[in-house]
Design a protein around this ligand. Sequence first.
Ligand code: SF4
Length: 348
Amino acid sequence: MGGPTAVAGFQRSLGDWFRAEAKDYPWRRTRDPYAILVSELMLQQTQIATVLGRGYYDRWLRAFPDWSTLAAAEEEAVLKLWEGLGYYNRARNLHRAAKIITEEYRGHFPDDPATALSLPGVGRYTVGAVLSFAYGQAVPLVDGNVGRVLARVLALEEAINSPGGLKILWDWAEALLDREDPATHNSALMELGQRICRPGKPDCPSCPVRGHCLADHGGLAETLPVKTKPAAITKRVEHVILAERSGEIYLCQESGSRRRGLWRLPEISAEEAADLTEMLRFDYTITRYRVTLLVHAPSPLWRPARSSSEGGAWFPFRASAPLPPLGAPYRRALDLYGNLRDGLDLKA
Ligand code: SF4
């Protein structure tokens, strides 16, 4: 892009389009940094349709309307409300950030980027989002959508997921930022990437910044951005048992930091599973693993492990008695099992 005039023209085209076409989301109707941070963390790995359409955002703000309410909540209640969104570290980090903001910053989200960056779960993108949307500060942001738009507008040859490519994108985001209205500018770039400058085949004829776009001029729109190859998917098989007695099911606690605080069906080895009856199976994906989950009925002699490390317990299994927070695959297995047991169709 050329000099200041071209930059101002880009900002004006983008801002005018957004003011006329912006989608109406609840987090765009507020300047509350808490509500904005909740939306940003929920949307990091989850579609807008899930966060809004399935009521996660509204439910969360009703249960935990501010930093202090969230800070005072039990972790189990926090994870329960997040259940189904996955990537539970987002919820744990939000919980920890609420405690820090309540205790150390008197309930005020830090307005200094370096301090904000020190909060758990808050990366450079999130700092840009909260400080520009809530406080109107001239702080840029780059997420997947913004990175794709900028890489096309400026015909970036480096891979956008390489350290060098990312540095260039952040420098460009800073240089192009509309300092008079950073909230509109940042939101507009994100929405342009979601709706028009989409992955694969962008809708260039509808694009408000087409006149500024080097990729479109050079016929490169569909070949950009460049990316390095993602890590290969690894397949694995996971065997679990679903033990039910007198209307109760047996669950044990997850170990490891990623799933701490969640519950699961007890895992068994392939050898232990060999003689058991398979009840259900389905595939799920987590990070770079494609996992086939096989759910078995336990043998009549099965008893919960005596080892205290398993931390297992029996829970009532009926609609009126909510289970503790479960990892998504185990929630799905129990839903399928409940349908099967109640004689409904099984749709894995
Ligand atoms: S002209 Fe096409 S490639 Fe360029 S920013 Fe717009 S939609 Fe993206």
